[in-house]
Design a binder for this molecule. Sequence first.
Ligand code: BDP
Length: 674
Amino acid sequence: MNKKYLLGICLLSFGLTLFAEDGSKLWLRQASCEKASVCCSISSPTIAIAREELASLWRGKAVELQLFADEAHRKLGKEGYTIRTSDEKIVLGSTTEQGLLYAAYHLLRLQAEGADCTRLDIAEEPAFDVRVLNHWDNLDGTIERGYAGKSLWQWDELSDTVSARYQEYARANASVGINGTVLNNVNASVKILSSEYLEKVRVLADIFRPYGIKVYLSVNFASPMQLGGLSTADPLNEEVAEWWKKKVHEIYSLIPDFGGFLVKANSEGQPGPCDYGRTHAEGANMMARALKPYGGIVMWRAFVYSPSDADRAKQAYLEFKPLDGKFLDNVIVQVKNGPIDFQPREPYSPLFGAMPHTPLMAEFQVTQEYLGHSNHLAYLATMWKEFYRYVSPASLKGVAGVANIGDDTNWCGHDFAQANWYAYGRLAWNPLLSSEEIAKEWLAQTFTSDPKFVEPMTQVMMDSREAVVDYMMPLGLHHIFAWSHHYGPEPWCEVSGARADWLPSYYHQADKKGLGFDRSRSGSDAVSQYPDSLAHVFNSLELCPEEFLLWFHHVDWNHSLKSGRTLWDELCYKYQQGVDKVREFQKVWNQMKPYVDEERFQAVAKRLDIQANDAVWWKDACLEYFRTYSHMKYPEGVEAPVFKLKELKKVKLPISNYECPSADMLPRKNSSLE
Ligand code: BDP
């Protein structure tokens, strides 16, 4: 063992974090030299994990793990648990072994945060039964919208070679309460259902099982044709239904606790029941019937839109609301948080609340497709909490998060992107937690619990998503991203032959008069898809929250906002504010040097530098472009543009849908773009 490594272990065990780290341990960095006393009369793979975690990491009094069958524990459900301290020991209780494992991770989290563990009386249960991560991983190792390297799943090596990371992945998920994983991209290859791949999937399921993580697969609706050789995939065709039944039987013979299917159908070119004149309900129910005998579920996505006359923001509602009550009870309709597509800010999707007779789950995007990929620091808990201001958790059956995990050493590309994986899990368990407490927990475990670090960095995290909104798309602007890769600004983007609703001008509607998409009653009337009280607010130019102003209204450049400024001036101030905030984050981070290991300090500093430059790029691109319509001047306090619009229009990043651009590809100050 080399000296540096030894020193690191010693410092870590004293709770110091000055030793360079690579982020691979995520928030699970505790080390202990003592063996804690852990007592449990049960033995099973799950209990063995709980015991081992506690025995090697817990530094307090003796811990006992007990299965209980009393009413109080039964009320907490299959995954709930209690943690209670008496004079001589701490008792972890649950009706299941899985609950005990969650309790063990809870206790260790308290210790890592430096909490007082002397008098614990905790009872916990998850808010949702289904708490899954959706991996948009392709079988060739690429990850659609993945910015942290290649897929974790080494399909070519499986089943013979098993990476140590599979278990680390399961452990990290279990530590925050995630209980399911969809292994492959929603744009699914039929190959995943081949016997060869199912055997590989079995190996992963076996590793994840003791951690309480069920495996699910994204399936291609046309599998009976492409894989099974049938001439149709019509869900009402008996042979098709039979094919799915047999396939499902094969899956369960390998993976008895298989979770079920995730389906993207009739969306962005994927096949689906509508190809045969059938409804989404008919398609989903056919699969649900096959899964039902085994306890499996179908997660059927409502992300549908087609090049029709209807406002894209209205389409999922128009198609799915009439199907309310028509789905079998083991189908959950999976709805993206907003009506369009994971934008930096969207109002909630009006489908929530509109299908009272259908189980629904919310789909969030943890990976930052629209928030600066893994270059920008954007803590997303605040965004997800915003959703819960409008949507009651009690109305949901589950949540899905599009994962931001790849095979990068630190799993997520940006060290702070780990916080989004963590926060997604914590909010999936308990959506009532505040973004702030989650940020604090994560910072304390991932870096240091020193308040001189935790306090200022909590503030940075809390402000970070709003900063991104400000420098990318303030006041309700949306989807003015560069074509396809969605990294930088391209509000002017035109691609010959492209669908109108894939182009920014469809969304921003800039003209001489003003800016924004008129979704009021006199416009596309998307407001009417919301409950009356809210429709009334969104419909009114005066009452509409300004953060959604240009989402719901086409507003005159001279219209006066709450601040007393005109729309144009306010827009300029917002972009400037976004730029200023990122510069502030840089300053705060620079003061954190004494508390952070050199490796992660530099890595974060480098990315903040990119973010600060990108913020200026966004500001200049959007304001200079919109100025060609407003013909107005920059108000005082807003910096003159650094970049020239003519030059910015030439920027084409050489990246695909699964890459994060490197610094040298991006417009920088002092470059020829000025
Ligand atoms: C969009 C992504 C695309 C996904 C699609 C989806 O750009 O890559 O396939 O969502 O959710 O955000 O199906």
